[in-house]
Structures are given as C-alpha cells and as structure tokens.
Design a protein around this ligand. Structure first.
Ligand code: MLT
Length: 255
C-alpha cells in the first residue's frame, strides 16, 4: 500500500484503475480490502482510491478520539496530495457517515455520493450507551470482541471467512476510536437536504446491521435522492452484488 503523512498521521491507501476519481470509504470493523470483490467491475472506468481510515488496516491509530468529521478532513487532504479536486464518493455503513461528513464539508469537491448500507440518523441514547460499553470490551478483548459481525456483514455465509480475516487483523485502539467516533456523530439529514449533486442510496433488503428502513427514511425525507433496494442482499452490496453496485456507481458519475 502507499502511505502519506496526513494531519500528522500516516494514512495508507491503494489506487487502482483509470478514469473518473472514485473515493471508496470502508465500513466498521473493516479496511480498504473490503472493496476488493468490486474492483474488477470498476477499474476500467474509475481511478479508484481506497483508503484505510485512521485506526484501520495499515493507517496510523490516532492518539485521541478522532471524529467522523476529522476522518473526512483527512480524506480531503489525501485528495489534495493526489491532485484530485473533484471526485465521486461512496461509503459503506460507517464509511457512509464519513462520506456524508465529507460531502457536507466539501460539497464543491463531490461529483456524486453513494451511501451503501448506511444512514443519516445519529445514534439513539440507548445505542450510544451500547457503543461505549462495546468500546470497553474491545479495549479488553481486541478484534475478537467484534469478529461475530463477520456473520452479519452479508446475508450469504459464503462471505463470512472473507470478513473474519479482515476483522481479525484490525487493532483494538483503532476499533475503540471508531466506535466512539460513531457514537458521537451528528444527525446528517440536514446535510442531505442541501446537496446539489446526485445522491444514491444502495441498501440490501436483508441487511441485519443497518436495516433498509434507514435508507427508506432518508428517501422519504429527501425525495430527490435515489434509492435502490437489493432483494436477498445483506449489509455489503459491494461484496454480495458487485455488478449492481458498479452500475450504481457508474450512474453517479453521469456516464
Ligand atoms: C458498519 O458496518 O460500518 C457499522 O456496523 C455501522 C454502525 O455500527 O453504525
């Protein structure tokens, strides 16, 4: 992987293909490799940038809580370093929270936004409390504490080993930071209302981590967004339905 020093943290990323820039932001508790099954469908059309968010994969772990907005700011600097002014952008679940924060902070840099198995809603008080108790357990037990998510990351058990392998190489402190960052993220419905570029929500109807109702809620409140639901697909359309996911990304780019 390539690495660049961004806001005092070494940020790792891969870059594949040629064409319109496309920044793909992974979910929790994963890293850039969770996009690998999608790559063959998109590298002939896009210049794909796959970062490991701070605290994940081969990127440095921040010392203190590093918010979702700060992660978005890091990605803006990464794009600066790569001389990319405007990009298509898509985020998977937690990556969608970062993508929303990026699009809110830098709307002029976004050609189109895809939110995959994600949501604009912030956490309820109960969910937030659950996150902090999970953070405590992860600090003690490490990625083993969340490896059970491998089963829920897709609707098809065939993908479980793929996700297990990625989860087990994550580091406790990075996971703890991200759990707290997710707990503290703001409601982003107001952001969505103001976006003037195309926004597509892609959601598996069999998603057991972030239910499809979360995307339906966004569509209901902001009818200008496009919602594509995938029957039988779970939390990870890019892995479970790469062709459909590539089609959505292509539409976002206006091609
Ligand atoms: C994810 O898949 O990124 C997380 O499950 C999202 C979340 O916990 O809100």
């Amino acid at each position: 992987m390539e690495k660049l020093l961004i806001n005092n943290l070494s940020l790792a990323f891969e870059r594949h293909g040629k064409g319109i820039p496309l920044l793909l932001i992974h979910g929790f508790p994963l890293d850039h490799a969770s996009w690998n099954p999608l790559l063959p469908q998109i590298t002939s059309l896009f210049d794909v940038i796959l970062p490991d968010l701070p605290g994940f994969g081969s990127s440095d772990i921040p010392d203190e809580i590093h918010t979702i907005a700060e992660m978005a700011a890091d990605l803006a600097v990464l794009l600066d370093e790569l001389n990319i002014q405007k990009t298509c952008l898509a985020g998977h679940s937690m990556g969608g929270y970062v993508a929303l924060a990026f699009a809110h902070a830098y709307p002029a840099r976004v050609l189109g936004l895809g939110l995959i198995g994600s949501q604009a809603a912030s956490d309820t008080a109960e969910r937030k409390a659950g996150r902090y108790s999970q953070a405590g357990q992860v600090a003690l037990r490490g990625p083993e504490e969340v490896v059970g998510m491998a089963e829920k990351l897709s609707a098809d058990p065939v993908f479980e080993p793929f996700f297990r392998e990625i989860i087990l190489r994550q580091r406790s402190a990075g996971l703890v930071n991200a759990i707290k960052a997710m707990a503290e993220r703001p409601d982003a419905f107001g952001y969505l209302e103001r976006f003037s570029f195309p926004v597509t929500l892609l959601h598996g109807q069999a998603d057991s981590l972030v239910p499809v109702e979360r995307s339906r809620e966004m569509k209901k409140r902001i009818p200008a967004v496009e919602l594509v639901e995938l029957p039988g697909v779970g939390h990870s359309p890019a892995v479970e339905a790469p062709l459909e996911t590539a089609r959505i990304l292509l539409n976002l780019s206006g091609r």
